[in-house]
Design a protein around this ligand. Structure first.
Ligand code: SF4
Length: 712
């Protein structure tokens, strides 16, 4: 019998019906009952069944011995080593001498217990996630504008919109099912328009009515220009702005000063004035407008300002909280949002409560009954590994992620891990680039073997369910964390026997001391993230849970769209305009490094390819690392299509095959993020990317590193 579960790749969160096949693979098809995909799957999801074999799996715990090799050990030995080493380092150097680096691949329940251990029991907020690399600018932008990290709309809004604006998103490749929904809606109604704002002419542009090949990094000028234009054209919803917002004057002043002249904006953004004005006029005239933004916006040293410059335009026009309109951050990973819900970032607490707020800290600590709660923000991903390199953090537990491949300045990450006193890696695969530095390996359950929940880009909780037996000695991540917690002496707080009990605790915390909605109580603690309606599920109810969007009312009903009442999570109930600063990326190209490196996903691979790299039909699409560049730039650099070239920056170098035809602007190159040294030598683009981060969100500037390209 098939089991209803959820795809483990992108944040669209498609439902999957899966069952084990006798040959060790799995049969997989789209779940027609899942609202995200109604039975559709993209090529990655459809190939899931080819990726569940045990080749390359980490099946037994291992410790690195005095001979430098990893040796299989018992779980008791491995867990004692982790707990003992963490305890010793904390006793000697304090709680901030240890850290956790986790992943949007974890299920919400896994995320919950590791956050509880770090923030509530050890007393450090040094727990960050690889979601920092893709979503944290959206999180910071949401919090500034709405008072809470919330996506206001739902996927249906994209189908109901008259105008869809895709900003920094190659949705056709990176969020294929959402893109198919948009494309189908467009087919059904010819006057629906699609604008794509992206320096590259990607596959997404093939369906676009207008492609704006914006100069990398200039988005704030574009959207501040739009804000000024909307105001000048009288497209402001004055009643909405007066009743439900605050801060327009300053935001508008900044926008008009920086971007009041469309001709100048067009020059700065490298766009044709006529195209820019067409976009502005369409936005001004289409009430039902959804602006979908993704990593092209977030992965920037001004990512948070970019997010707020987009949200500002929706607030000015009152286009939020109603069908077919709103700003829409589309998540990269399957459970980036679920992780955020339980405090999976170094600067937040569980249940969308704030580390910096003593009332919020008290809510969490009293609910947990924990001995302490971290009282200051921890280290964000990039600074966490810098702290390891500097010896300030002496032990790190890395869960379900491969920072030696995925972080910027990744050679420094290698150096940091080589110096670290204790590196623990819990993962489903063996022999990752990161595990080369691990002292302890802990085998975790993979997709198809583990149970829990995930939340997709439209706030929809879905179950991931097991349909395969646990292989070897692999265990669920939450069980591993609870075992270590108990061995560290935390006998209370980690007695969970089943994942259902963790979910209930999480759901209850979201409702704990959460005031009723309303805009009249300036001291309320009111979170939209409220799972009250799921907080009393019994085990059978949890097992049978169907996809639902939070907030979940007491009667179990979900909520597809937020802010219909014009009431936001700031204490005064008003949304905030944010005065945003248009600024160029931190490092500009120069004579030595004249090209701008942009990085991203390709259609058929997922992250560092540990799963998608197993499916021949996926590896056939683009089989090796490449550097996509304009033919004129290739000529100038002395490299030719089909030949190997070295891509070099101030931070490192890699080797890739030169390719044309990716719709790249002259002056830019594109390299995919997926390859690691496990698949090809010198293939990690992370080693080339600069470590600059957005000052608010801490998200790295993956889309803009000055590089040179030379013959290999
Ligand atoms: Fe999986 Fe995303 Fe494809 Fe859906 S769109 S099947 S969630 S990879």
């Amino acid at each position: 019998m098939s089991v209803a579960t959820t795809c483990p790749y992108c944040g669209v969160g498609c439902g999957v019906l899966a069952r084990a096949a006798p040959d060790g693979s799995a049969q997989v098809r789209g779940d027609p009952a899942h609202p995200a995909n109604a039975g559709r799957l993209c090529v990655k999801g459809a190939a899931l069944g080819e990726t569940v074999d045990l080749q390359g799996r980490l099946l037994y715990p291992a410790l690195r011995g005095a001979d430098g090799a990893l040796h299989q050990v018992s779980w008791d030995d491995a867990l004692d080593r982790v707990a003992g080493t963490f305890r010793r380092i904390i006793d000697a150097h304090g709680p901030d001498a240890v850290a956790f680096y986790v992943s949007g691949q974890l299920l919400t329940e896994d995320y919950y217990v590791v956050n509880k251990l770090a923030k509530g029991y050890i007393g450090t907020a040094n727990i960050d996630t690889n979601s920092r690399l893709c979503m944290s600018s959206a999180v910071a932008g949401h919090k500034r504008a709405f008072g809470e990290d919330v996506v206001p709309g739902c996927y249906e809004d994209m189908e109901q919109a008259e105008l869809i604006v895709l900003v920094g998103s190659n949705a056709a490749w990176c969020h294929p099912i959402v893109f198919q929904r948009i494309a189908k809606a467009k087919e059904q109604q010819a006057n629906r328009r699609l604008v794509v704002i992206d320096p590259r002419r990607t596959a997404t542009c093939e369906s676009a009515d207008l492609h704006l090949p914006i100069k990398p990094g200039t988005d704030v000028w574009l959207f501040n220009g739009l804000l000024a234009f909307l105001f000048q054209q009288g497209a402001m919803d004055a009643r909405f702005v007066d009743a439900h917002t605050q801060g327009l004057e300053r935001a508008l002043e900044a926008a008009q000063a920086q971007a009041g002249d469309p001709a100048q904006v067009a020059r700065i953004c490298g766009l044709q004035l006529a195209d820019l004005l067409a976009f502005y006029r369409w936005f001004a005239s289409c009430e039902r407008t959804v602006s979908v933004f993704s990593q092209g916006v977030n992965q920037s040293s001004s990512g948070t300002d970019k997010v707020n410059s987009i949200i500002n335009c929706h607030l000015l026009a009152g286009r939020i909280g109603k069908p077919g309109m709103g700003p829409f951050s589309i998540t990269g990973q399957p459970n980036a949002m679920g992780g955020r819900e339980v405090g999976g970032l170094a600067n937040v607490l569980a249940a969308h409560l704030e580390l910096a707020d003593p009332v919020h800290r008290d809510i969490v600590q009293s609910f947990w009954g924990s001995p302490r709660v971290a009282d200051r923000a921890g280290l964000k991903a990039v600074e966490l590994f810098q702290a390891i390199d500097e010896g300030r953090v002496k032990a790190v537990w890395i869960m379900a992620t491969n920072p030696v491949v995925s972080l910027p300045d990744a050679d420094r990450v290698k150096r940091a891990l080589a110096r670290c006193e204790c590196v623990v890696s819990s993962d489903v695969v063996s022999h990752t680039d990161t595990q080369a530095f691990a002292h302890v390996l802990l085998p975790a359950l993979a997709w198809g073997e583990k149970d829990g929940t995930v939340t997709n880009s439209e706030r929809r909780l879905s179950r991931q369910r097991a349909f395969l037996p646990a292989p070897g000695e692999a265990r669920a991540d939450w069980r591993i964390v609870c075992e270590v917690a108990r061995r560290m002496g935390f006998t209370q707080g980690f007695e969970f026997r089943h994942v259902h009990e963790i979910f209930l605790e999480h759901a209850r915390l979201t409702a704990h001391r959460n005031a009723e909605p309303g805009c009249d109580d300036s001291h309320r603690v009111h979170r939209q993230l409220n799972l009250e309606g799921l907080a009393h599920l019994d085990r059978g109810g949890y097992d049978a849970m169907t996809p639902v969007q939070w907030p979940v009312q007491a009667n179990g009903m979900g909520t597809s769209r937020l802010f219909a009442d014009g009431c936001y999570a700031h204490a005064d109930g008003r949304a905030r305009f944010v005065a945003t600063e248009a600024r160029m990326p931190v490092h500009a190209p120069d004579r030595e490094y004249p090209l701008v490196l942009n990085t991203g996903r390709i259609r058929d691979q997922w992250h560092s390819m540990t799963r998608t790299g197993k499916a021949p039909r996926l590896t056939g699409h683009l089989p090796e690392p490449f550097v996509d560049m304009h033919p004129h730039d290739a000529l100038r650099c002395g490299v030719r299509e089909g030949e190997l070239a070295r891509v070099r920056s101030r931070w490192g170098a890699m080797v890739a095959r030169v390719k044309h035809g990716g719709g790249i602007l002259a002056g830019s190159v594109f390299v995919p993020i997926h390859w690691s040294d496990q698949f090809a030598s010198d293939a990690r683009v992370g080693g080339v990317v600069n470590p600059v981060v957005d000052p608010v969100s801490g998200e790295p500037e993956f889309k803009h590193t000055p590089v040179s390209v030379e013959p290999f």
